[in-house]
Design a protein around this ligand. Structure first.
Ligand code: SF4
Length: 364
């Protein structure tokens, strides 16, 4: 805890409900913790009715108040660049609303579906793909939509894998999560459930022993975390990850490549190493989607490839996330790899080593 929150009792600080109740939701509240730039203050006003401000005291305590380029700050505090809409950007860049067989359930692939459980999050990430509806309590899926979506899954035996998403599913109360997971566990053809959550990053206090007892009942449960920077991998996050691992959850991280936050090989290697130390596998590194008002975060695809290429050999394969582009208009996800195949002949291949050497490998 920084000195800025020194007046908060340790028991309040460790209480996720206290953290949510005391979220910083306005420029004035943020200003008590972090001196805002003129641009940030203006941006808080401009974005207030489009994509709300919300920062837990815990996440705010990770901000370096003296560094306007702090990677935590950039993810949590808007800048006026959010008001710029690039011609290629869309409110729903992945056409998730189009591909809904029933409200609140996106089906993009034959064997898996994504279920929107809530549109609330502990921290509203300024790069959020679903900013069209996330943070808007009026758009939250009602209980009958969730029940109808689970009924739909039960009626479709080809669905093997269900991803609980949102918003952040861990914004829901324990009993609601227990009920949702219990209903999915009762469907014989659902083999795995994944929960996409940023709470281990933005509100690790949410990972309580009681929540983990619920998770323990529903194996195999995959927790898809969203850490973007080494500085998010705090002792509190590590404690949350330990609890999740001990409850039998399998954890994998889905980071987003963000300009000015983590767009260097050094930042990615540091993130991977910190994740692995917390038993979280670096799984994917996403190109920032074409959602409205996010162009200031987007790097070129070339830069993403350069970063992965520079990581190879400097760290282990376990540390290497896959670079993914989620194609616009719902065409699905594709991996992008730095090319290591230089030449392909009938009887041999020429491959490029991580040090740039060309090595001939015979074809068998
Ligand atoms: S936690 Fe996920 S859904 Fe919520 S604001 Fe961040 S990116 Fe968007």
């Amino acid at each position: 805890m920084t000195h800025l929150f020194a007046h908060v009792s340790p028991s309040d600080w460790a209480d996720w409900r206290w953290q949510l109740r005391h979220r910083l939701r306005t420029a004035d509240a943020l200003e008590q913790i972090v001196p805002l730039t003129d641009d940030e203050r203006r941006a808080c006003a401009i974005t207030a009715d489009r994509f709300r401000l919300g920062v837990t005291p815990y996440y705010a305590s990770l901000i370096d108040p003296d560094d306007p380029a702090c990677p935590i700050r950039r993810q949590a505090i808007p800048t006026s660049a959010e008001a710029l809409i690039h011609p290629d950007e869309r409110a729903d860049p992945l056409s998730e609303e189009r591909d809904m067989p029933v409200p609140g359930l996106t089906r993009r692939y034959p064997d898996r579906v994504l279920l929107y459980t809530t549109h609330t999050c502990a921290v509203y990430c300024r790069h959020c793909t679903r900013r069209r509806k996330v943070s808007d309590p009026g758009s939250a899926p009602p209980r009958q939509h969730l029940d109808a979506a689970i009924d739909w899954i039960a009626e479709h035996p080809e669905i093997r894998d269900v991803i609980l998403s949102g918003g952040d599913p861990l914004s829901l109360p324990d009993r609601t999560l227990d009920r949702l997971l219990g209903r999915l566990a009762a469907i014989p053809h659902v083999q795995i459930v994944r929960i996409g959550t940023r709470n281990p990053t933005s509100l690790p206090q949410r990972i309580t022993p009681e929540l983990c007892e619920i998770f323990r009942k529903y194996p195999p449960l995959y927790l898809m975390t969203h850490f973007n920077h080494e500085r998010e991998c705090t002792p509190q996050a590590a404690q949350a990850a330990t609890r999740l691992a001990e409850a039998g959850c399998v954890m994998a991280n889905q980071a987003v490549l963000l300009r000015g936050v983590n767009d260097s090989p050094e930042a990615q290697i540091a993130l991977s190493h910190a994740l692995l130390a917390m038993r979280i596998r670096p799984y994917r590194l996403y190109q920032c989607d074409l959602s409205e008002g996010t162009s200031h975060f987007r790097t070129s695809l070339r830069r993403g490839i350069e970063i992965l290429d520079a990581m190879r050999g400097r760290t282990s394969g376990l540390s290497m996330p896959e670079l993914i582009v989620d194609l616009p208009d719902g065409h699905g996800k594709v991996p992008i790899h730095p090319g290591h195949v230089v030449e392909r002949a009938a009887d041999h291949w020429v491959l490029r080593s991580y040090q740039g050497e060309r090595v001939v490998v015979p074809e068998v």
